[in-house]
Structures are given as structure tokens and as C-alpha cells.
Design a protein around this ligand. Structure first.
Ligand SMILES: Nc1ncnc2c1ncn2[C@@H]1O[C@H](COP(=O)(O)OP(=O)(O)O)[C@@H](O)[C@H]1O
Ligand SMILES: [Mg+2]
Length: 240
């Protein structure tokens, strides 16, 4: 089943009187359940692609559909509903609220979904446990390691039970051992049926996915299915 479809999609920006083709005639489809890595040099269009996947932006040309629904036909309100219900976002810098406990950080998206306080806390606790941080619920981000903070951010992305997680360089701020643990978690979530699209510029990290989309100058240079490297439990080296 197709989850995301890009049909001749371009995204142009006008900069100082000239046009920048951030994405240039990209056609690609991603099925439900896939784990796709997006690689390419800086400026090649990776973030632009992710923003379109996440309904944070609309194309200059061409068509983006999610679950068969044309994103261009949706109003801003419907788009933000779609984002909140179906998509979880994970970023390089975690983007947690500093003066807020892990639990309240995770519970935040549920406020926008209209869930009551008590139920929010029960749900948030459930996902914190799912990412192995149940005992850290009352700690603030500054009391947590980088890897733990990224787990909190992943829990926040999971709290609305998304079908798709979009992660833009989620291991970019982590050491290689912690990165492997985070990739192990993504693989576990993918195994539970969540689709993942993940930007990285490290081949080691891309190896966790089963498909590599390689961007260059706003175009898809190559699109290859790869043998997935399994990242095992914490403490174990990644093996093929
Ligand atoms: N808001 C914007 N305004 C102008 N140019 C932009 C904007 N966003 C991205 N670009 C340009 O589009 C190209 C692709 O950017 P981006 O998608 O951020 O690449 P990547 O994430 O691969 O580094 C770059 O040349 C960048 O400068
Ligand atoms: Mg980028």
C-alpha cells in the first residue's frame, strides 16, 4: 500500500532575483511499512523533501499525496490535523522543552489532540516505558544524556500513534555507540509496523534502513533497496 507519493515534484525558491531548485522533478513512492534513508550532501534537497513528506510545505509543481490524498487540496487546518494524527517528527537537536519533565514533553502533542490531563499522563508514561525511560519520567532534559533526550523526543513522536516517523539527522548530535542504540530503537518501531523516513549523511546509519534514496542537486540520483544491517540491543556491536 502506497503511503507517500511524489509525482514530478519541484520546490523552487526565489533568492536575490534568481531561482533555486531545492527539489527538481522528483518522482518517488514510499509504501507503508518501509524504512527509507535519505542521503546526499548538504544542500541537495533532503530537508526540503522531508518537509514535503511531513506536510510542512507544499510543492511549487507536481503532486504529493499521503494515503492517496492530495496534500495541495488540503487547508492549513486539515494539514496540521494530518500531521498531528499520522506523523511523528524527530530532529537532530531533540527540540525538547528545557524546563519541562520528560513526561510533560511527551504528553505535549496530546494537548493539541484534546486529551484530558490524567489520560495524557497515562499515555505519555506508556510510551516512555516503550522507549525504556519509564524511570526517568520526572527528570528534566538537562538531567538526561543525549541518547536519553533523543528517546524522549522519539516517545513524543510516538504518543499519537503515528503511521510515519520523519527523522532529520536524529543521530547527528550523538556518539556512535549511542547512535547505534537509537537506530536499534528505530528498527524495533519499524518492526512494529511504523514507516520511517530518516535523513543521515552517514553510510553506517543508512545501513539500518532497507532502502536508500540518494539526493544530489534536488534530484534523486539513485534509489536502491539494500540488505538491512540489524542493530542489536545496547552494548552489542551492529552486525550484518
Ligand atoms: N527557505 C529557503 N529559501 C531559499 N533557499 C532555500 C530554502 N530552503 C532551502 N533552500 C535551498 O534549497 C537547497 C536544498 O536545501 P535543503 O533541502 O535544506 O538541503 P539539505 O537538507 O540536503 O542540506 C539549498 O540550495 C538551499 O540553500
Ligand atoms: Mg538538511
Amino acid at each position: 500500500m502506497t503511503l507517500l507519493s511524489f509525482d514530478h515534484v519541484s520546490r523552487r525558491y526565489s533568492v536575490g532575483g534568481s531561482e533555486v531548485h531545492a527539489l527538481d522533478d522528483v518522482s518517488v513512492t514510499i509504501d507503508a511499512g518501509e524504512f527509507v534513508s535519505v542521503i546526499g550532501p548538504s544542500g541537495s534537497g533532503k530537508s526540503t523533501f522531508m518537509n514535503l513528506c511531513g506536510c510542512l510545505d507544499t510543492p511549487s509543481d507536481g503532486r504529493v499525496t499521503i494515503d492517496g490524498v492530495d496534500v495541495a487540496g488540503m487547508g492549513e487546518e486539515r494539514l496540521s490535523e494530518l500531521r498531528n494524527e499520522r506523523i511523528g517528527f524527530v530532529f537532530q537537536q531533540f527540540n525538547l522543552l528545557a524546563r519541562t519533565s520528560a513526561l510533560d514533553n511527551v504528553a505535549l502533542p496530546l494537548i493539541y489532540s484534546g486529551v484530558k490531563r490524567k489520560a495524557r499522563h497515562i499515555e505519555a508514561m506508556r510510551v516512555l516505558e516503550r522507549v525504556g525511560l519509564g524511570e526517568w519520567a520526572n527528570h528534566h532534559p538537562s538531567q538526561l544524556s543525549g541518547g536519553q533526550q533523543q528517546r524522549v523526543a522519539i516517545a513524543r513522536a510516538l504518543v499519537n500513534e503515528p503511521v510515519l516517523i520523519l527523522a532529520d539527522e536524529p543521530t547527528g548530535a550523538l556518539d556512535s555507540h549511542t547512535s547505534a542504540e537509537i537506530m536499534c530503537l528505530f528498527q524495533e518501531l519499524n518492526g512494529q509496523g511504523i514507516s520511517i523516513v530518516l535523513v543521515t549523511h552517514e553510510q553506517d546509519i543508512a545501513a539500518a534502513s532497507s532502502r536508500k534514496l540518494n539526493f544530489r542537486d534536488g534530484k534523486v540520483l539513485s534509489d536502491e533497496r539494500i540488505e538491512q544491517t540489524l542493530f542489536l540491543e545496547p552494548g552489542l556491536e551492529a552486525t550484518a
